[in-house]
Design a protein around this ligand. Structure first.
Ligand SMILES: *[C@@H]1O[C@H](CO)[C@@H](O)[C@H](O)[C@H]1NC(C)=O
Ligand SMILES: *[C@@H]1O[C@H](CO)[C@@H](O)[C@H](O)[C@H]1NC(C)=O
Ligand SMILES: *[C@@H]1O[C@H](CO)[C@@H](O)[C@H](O)[C@H]1NC(C)=O
Ligand SMILES: CC(=O)N[C@H]1CO[C@H](CO)[C@@H](O)[C@@H]1O
Length: 587
């Protein structure tokens, strides 16, 4: 018996080692570093650059004003970016064309500049057709060719896709640098069409530890700089030329560095849960303040809390499309209705939020908020700031005073997470089956997405995929009708013959009907889900605002496989939560 126990322990030991070696790194069980220190050792291979430009074959012609013209390599490369987008609405937009043409001319030789003076006289059709044929050919590739490409990608991933951070091999999120092209931006971005430059080694800052092997730049090139800063988490950085923002290569969400930050975020939101009542009482008091600044701050805070608005003013003025957040709301963005649709004190919001997504909402507010808004709007023009005594800096400072680590985003995270938890409690029926439970989960998730204004345009493929699903449902219904008919006649036979063989037939026909009923129900649930999901993006809230431990606890409690809710990438990102939370977890 002793020997047996020993073997069991030994076996367990081997299995554990095995799991830990090949599986995920259980960083959440490791000791934390001192505040501010992100790593002790960091070594990586640097970025993978976009492949060099391949000139077009001689047979592909460009025409200017009806005449063939051979472009210099640089001008040709930029022309191909435009040609590749020819079918896109962008290339008809005036700002896009203007920006593109200005940047394109910078790449031309003097001779080309003298000839090409009018974009409308440029004919990119042959180029466009050539790229379409190429992409068609890629689709028609043989299995062997596809496999070869896959293997090359895997090789690249193996070499550049991982770094060594403190004795652990960690996956890098984005080790490939985006190829050059034309900037698109969202909404009516004033910079759309501008040339997004090719990033060169000379643009690149490398960060690694002093005792690591510094990655070598491509032959004939040099890095801009090599740093050894263990207070930052990035491996590689550069400045992109459109908005002048700094880009980084970072670790994958499944890494310790990203996971810890994520975990911290939800812990901060849980701290807010404990003091949110006090904060609410405070701002309600402040609505009566003698100081205008305090009143404005209190009303803005109410919006952030109640509507999950972003703080705003986060971007450089004039640099981007005209989008606003709470602090940068203008008088023209709201309408006050003392009464609307049977409700009192309604504020109608209409503005472009982050990523140019329209925020439209009619919300009844408390009388005091309403009166304050009337006061803030007195004697102002539509384009004046609603909160003229407030900016994001002041508001953020105030939030820090209320609770350490508090930002507008924490309110969003708190509200989204607590709403999910409440909705799941409300919507989950204990006796419904797994597909119905998943529908309930998605409905709870949708409630949160609506709250956070995570809308989307219905996907282009929506109608088609809905039709496909509908025809599957119709086919299933027919099968079911047939099966029911079969069952009926089998039953009739059994009544007459009364022998064991026909009884058996009845049983098997019954099972077939049941099976088809279940399959039909599953398809119908899927259709409901997809229809309800038409204009809502669940991904953003799932990935960024919902404490994954709530979901994990729900899955464990109701026996729903976690794979049904989180796909592989998401499971990797939330490995810490999947391991930590049991079914009793409360946000
Ligand atoms: C550019 O070319 C188009 C098409 O030939 C023409 O209609 C337009 O007037 C030209 N614009 C200028 C500024 O010459
Ligand atoms: C979350 O936001 C909604 C929408 O404004 C609000 O009605 C609700 O009270 C908030 N819930 C919590 C717990 O903060
Ligand atoms: C998982 O879902 C996300 C969207 O939330 C998607 O971007 C990603 O590609 C999916 N991953 C896999 C492996 O299906
Ligand atoms: C040791 C070293 O090179 N430290 C530098 C790391 O990078 C930061 C800026 O991110 C510099 O301030 C340090 O001097």
């Amino acid at each position: 018996f002793g020997m047996c126990t020993f073997y069991l322990i030994f076996l367990n030991f081997i299995l554990n080692i095995g799991v830990r070696d090949t599986g995920v790194r259980r960083w959440w069980e490791e000791e934390r570093y001192p505040e501010g220190i992100k790593w002790k050792f960091l070594e990586h291979k640097g970025p993978v650059f976009a492949p060099p430009y391949e000139p077009l074959p001689e047979s592909v012609k460009f025409y200017y004003d009806g005449k063939v013209m051979k472009l210099s390599p640089k001008a040709e490369e930029v022309a191909t970016f435009f040609a590749k987008m020819l079918d896109h609405e962008y290339t008809t937009k005036e700002i896009f064309r203007k920006n593109f043409f200005k940047d394109w001319r910078k790449e031309m030789t003097n001779e080309e500049k003298n000839i090409i003076t009018n974009l409308s006289k440029c004919d990119f059709t042959q180029m466009s057709q050539y790229f379409k044929a190429q992409s068609e050919a890629r689709k028609q590739m043989s299995k062997e060719e596809k496999l070869k490409i896959k293997e090359e990608n895997e090789k690249l991933l193996k070499e550049y896709g991982f770094c060594v951070m403190d004795n652990h091999r960690e996956r890098i999120a984005n080790f490939k640098i985006e190829p050059p092209g034309l900037f698109r931006g969202r909404g009516n971005h004033p910079k759309m069409g501008m040339l997004k430059r090719r990033i060169m080694p000379e643009d690149i800052i490398i960060n690694c530890s002093k005792d690591a092997k510094v990655p070598s730049p491509p032959t004939g090139h040099k890095w801009k700089e090599v740093r050894h800063d263990n207070k930052v988490t990035w491996l590689v950085s550069w400045t992109e030329n459109i908005q002048g923002s700094i880009k980084y290569i970072m670790l994958n969400p499944s890494s310790r560095i990203k996971g810890e930050k994520d975990w911290q975020k939800y812990e901060t939101a849980r701290r807010l849960k404990k003091c949110v009542d006090k904060i609410r009482n405070q701002y309600r008091e402040d609505w009566k303040s003698k100081e205008m600044k305090v009143r404005q701050r209190a009303v803005a805070l109410y919006f952030i809390d109640k509507l999950a608005l972003r703080a705003g003013n986060e971007k450089e003025e004039g640099e981007t499309a005209d989008t606003v957040g709470c602090c940068s709301l203008r008088v023209e963005h709201i309408n006050l209705h003392p009464e609307l649709d049977g409700q009192e004190y309604v504020v109608e919001f209409d503005f472009l939020g982050k990523d140019s997504i329209r925020y439209y909402n009619k919300v009844p507010v408390e009388k005091r908020v309403f009166k304050n808004l009337q006061l803030f709007m007195e004697n102002k023009q539509p384009e004046d700031d609603l909160f003229d005594r407030l900016n994001t800096g002041i508001l953020n400072k105030h939030l820090q005073d209320l609770m350490e680590g508090l930002t507008a985003k924490v309110f969003r995270t708190y509200n989204a997470s607590i709403t999910l938890q409440q909705q799941l409690k409300e919507l989950t029926a204990p006796d419904e089956n797994i597909p119905a439970k998943i529908l309930s989960y998605n409905r709870a998730n949708r409630a949160v997405a609506i709250l956070c204004n995570h809308q989307r345009a219905p996907p282009k493929t929506f109608e088609k995929s809905m039709m496909n699903l509908q025809s599957k449902i119709d086919a299933k219904k027919e099968q079911l009708a047939d099966a029911r008919r079969d069952l009926k006649s089998a039953k009739a036979d059994a009544k007459v013959l009364k022998d064991a063989k026909t009884k058996k037939v009845v049983e098997s026909k019954k099972k077939a009907v049941q099976r088809l009923e279940e399959q039909l129900m599953k398809l119908e649930v899927q259709a409901t889900d997809r229809e309800e999901n038409k204009q809502i993006a669940l991904g953003t809230s799932k990935l960024n605002y919902l404490d994954p431990r709530i979901t994990v606890a729900w899955c464990k409690k109701w026996g729903v496989p976690i794979e049904k809710i989180y796909n592989k990438t998401q499971r990797e990102k939330f490995a810490w939560a999947i391991d930590m939370a049991d079914e009793d977890y409360e946000f």
